[in-house]
Design a protein around this ligand. Structure first.
Ligand code: HQG
Length: 180
C-alpha cells in the first residue's frame, strides 16, 4: 500500500475504533458514521481526506478494516473497537479449529487465564495459521495457539464472524487451548 493510504488507514482506525471524540465525532448505532460528517470532521482538524482517497483506503486496505453501508453514505470499522459499540454480527458456527497468534512472552499468563479480550470487545481468532502468525508477530516472537472451537461451541460459547473474516468470542478458557 502507498504510504499516504497507510497513514489515512491508521488515522481512520484511531477515530472509527478508539477515539472518535478526537475530531468531534461520535459513532452511531453499530459503529456507523456518515461519510460526509467524517470527511468534514477530518477537514476541520487539519486532516483533509478526499472522498476518492477514502474509497481507495476502504477498497485496498490489507485487512479490509472498513466498510461502507450499501448506499455508500455511511462508513465503519469492521472490528477492533475499544469504544462501546454493538456491531450487530450474528452468531456463527466456527470451523472445528481456530488459531490465535500471540507472542511467546504472553504464554505464561495465557496458560493461567486463557485468552482475554483486554482493551478490545472480543478475543480475535483466525481461520488460518498464516494470518495468526502475522497477528502474533506484531507483539514479538510469534506463537500460534490452536483452539478447539467446535468443543467451545458445543459447550455454549458464542462466536461471531466479522465482515473481514476475523472470528470473535468473549473469552477462551484454558481447557480449549491446545499448546503444541
Ligand atoms: C494477548 C489486528 C497475557 C493476546 C490483528 C495478544 C487482529 C494475553 C495481546 C487484531 C492474554 C492483545 C487483534 C492473557 C490474550 N495474558 N496476554 N491472558 N490473553 N493476550 O492487539 O489478537 O491491525 O489487542 O494474545 O489482525 O493481537 O487492528 O489483540 O497478543 O485481528 O486491524 O494480548 O488486531 O488487526 O493484543 O490482535 P491485541 P490481537 P488490526
Amino acid at each position: 500500500m502507498e504510504k499516504q493510504v497507510i497513514q489515512i488507514s491508521k488515522f481512520l482506525s484511531l477515530v472509527l475504533r478508539h477515539q472518535p471524540e478526537l475530531i468531534g465525532l461520535s459513532l452511531a448505532e453499530a459503529g456507523w458514521v456518515a461519510v460526509h460528517d467524517l470527511l468534514a470532521a477530518c477537514r476541520r482538524h487539519g486532516k483533509t481526506i478526499s472522498l476518492e482517497q477514502l474509497q481507495e483506503v476502504v477498497a485496498t486496505n490489507d485487512k479490509k478494516r472498513f466498510s461502507f453501508s450499501e448506499d455508500g453514505n455511511l462508513i465503519r470499522a469492521n472490528q477492533g473497537h475499544s469504544v462501546k459499540v454493538e456491531l450487530g454480527y450474528e452468531p456463527a458456527t466456527p470451523p472445528v479449529t481456530l488459531f490465535h497468534g500471540t507472542a511467546e512472552r504472553f504464554l505464561a499468563s495465557i496458560k493461567s487465564q486463557g485468552l482475554l479480550k483486554g482493551e478490545r470487545h472480543h478475543v480475535h481468532l483466525s481461520a488460518d495459521i498464516e494470518t495468526a502468525t502475522k497477528v502474533g508477530q506484531r507483539h514479538g516472537k510469534p506463537i500460534v495457539l490452536h483452539i478447539d472451537a467446535e468443543k467451545m461451541q458445543q459447550d455454549g460459547f458464542t462466536f461471531y464472524l466479522s465482515t473481514n473474516g476475523v472470528w470473535l468470542t468473549e473469552h477462551v478458557p484454558v481447557p480449549y487451548l491446545m499448546f503444541l
